[in-house]
Design a protein around this ligand. Structure first.
Ligand SMILES: Nc1nc2c(ncn2[C@@H]2O[C@H](COP(=O)(O)OP(=O)(O)OP(=O)(O)O)[C@@H](O)[C@H]2O)c(=O)[nH]1
Length: 373
């Protein structure tokens, strides 16, 4: 029996999918911290193992397009308005940004042409899983588009496995009417130029983004998911758990960055994302007040079911129920990842024991998948 079918047989609630999007705010909610309160970052559970997979991602684009701002806001909790004071990047900034896997982001200075023959481009582009190309949508975007398409043409031949994500950035500065047209225009121009160069189906995805709202986190989540080799397995597991526990939307979040590495396969729902990321922020803020030093028993093996159950009793668990009947349920998975789900079920609390059991099964299975790398 494979792991996903095992989890299916162990999960026991009936399938029911709520369709409305969640609108609860934390201000109107009542928080219930259950389980053992502790530091999400000091879990007893082992960090995620990604085997030999060590992805690297490049942040590219013209100068002042917003690359360093994105990396600072998403991965270093910088407030968006503080990016106004960032100085120009003059050398490649290499950052190990997410601890849940061996993953690096390189922020490339906008003024250097890394494809020029005078540079050793192999040292930059070898081992690259994905390139995020940032285009300032409030500026004249013809030159950035042509720089991007030239790069794709040059790199496709040498590094055919690289995926490209175009961030049509600073959309907050464009009026709403004009925004859709701009996004469509950028996409059209890029695909026309690539088509003219003989690339009919280039591996390019597009994301309208701004550091002043959640779009940048949503976009980065999707980009990073492209680097997670076991994504289809996680999605299958999350679909099963969402149906069985009557969650409207479920995610696996990386707690330090508000990026989710997998979700169920229902369409993206920005309001659920906002609710979950705000809840994680609140839990992380409470860490200083409620955490305790958990004994270090690093010998715990994800393969050992009985001990796992033991550890499960000591993991961080939190639930918040709003006056409007929305519930957000959070459960620590390992040192850097949490499961989080949004439910609109009025009877969710009554079924919590069953949900706890199901999530425990999900956690056990997930850790086994991670352990296989
Ligand atoms: N309105 C708006 N401004 C942004 C956004 N992202 C970045 N900026 C601004 O854009 C300017 C340039 O940002 P940087 O992050 O320094 O740009 P960069 O691409 O790293 O530039 P180089 O280091 O020269 O390559 C800053 O003033 C940021 O505040 C955004 O989403 N919206």
């Amino acid at each position: 029996m494979d792991l996903s079918s095992k989890v299916t047989s162990e999960l026991s609630l009936d399938e029911q999918q709520a369709s409305e999007s969640s609108t609860a705010s934390l201000a109107e909610s009542q928080s219930i911290l259950g389980g053992t309160n502790g530091d999400v970052r000091q879990s007893l559970l082992p960090p995620m193992g990604f085997g030999k997979h060590k992805p690297k991602m490049l942040l590219m684009g013209l100068k002042r397009s917003g690359k360093s701002s994105i990396s600072n806001v998403v991965f270093h909790k910088m407030a968006p308005h503080e990016t106004l004071f960032l100085e120009a990047t003059t050398a490649i900034q290499k950052q190990n940004v997410m601890k849940f896997m061996d993953f690096q982001i390189w922020d490339l200075p906008g003024q250097i042409d890394y494809l020029s023959s005078s540079l050793d481009s192999n040292s930059v582009f070898s081992d690259v899983g994905g390139i995020v190309w940032v285009i300032d949508a409030q500026d004249n975007y013809l030159e950035p588009i042509s720089r991007f398409t030239s790069a794709v043409v040059a790199l496709t031949e040498l590094y055919p496995s690289i995926r490209y994500s175009v961030f049509i950035h600073k959309t907050d500065s464009i009026t709403e009417d004009y925004r859709e047209d701009t996004i469509r225009d950028v996409m059209q121009k890029i695909s026309d130029e690539l088509f003219d160069e003989g690339l009919e189906n280039p591996p390019v995805s597009y994301f309208p983004t701004s550091i002043y709202d959640h779009t940048i986190f949503e976009a980065f989540s999707k980009v990073i998911q492209g680097l997670v080799p076991q994504l289809p397995t996680y999605e299958t597991l999350l679909d099963t758990v969402a149906a069985s526990c009557r969650f409207q939307k479920v995610y696996i979040f990386e707690v330090t960055s508000k990026v989710y590495i997998a979700s169920d396969t229902k369409p993206s729902d920005l309001s659920s994302y906002e609710l979950c990321s705000d809840f994680i922020n609140a839990i992380m803020d409470m860490y200083g007040l409620y955490s305790w030093d958990r004994p270090k028993t690093s010998s715990i093996s994800p393969m050992d079911d009985e001990r796992h159950q033991d550890v499960g009793a000591q993991t961080v668990e939190a639930m918040v129920c709003s006056a409007r009947g929305n519930t957000v349920y959070l459960r620590e998975l390992n040192a850097f990842l949490v499961f989080i789900g949004v439910s609109k079920e009025p009877n969710f609390q009554k079924e919590k024991a069953m949900v706890d059991y199901n999530i425990q099964m999900f956690q056990n299975t997930l850790l086994r998948v991670l352990d296989r790398g």
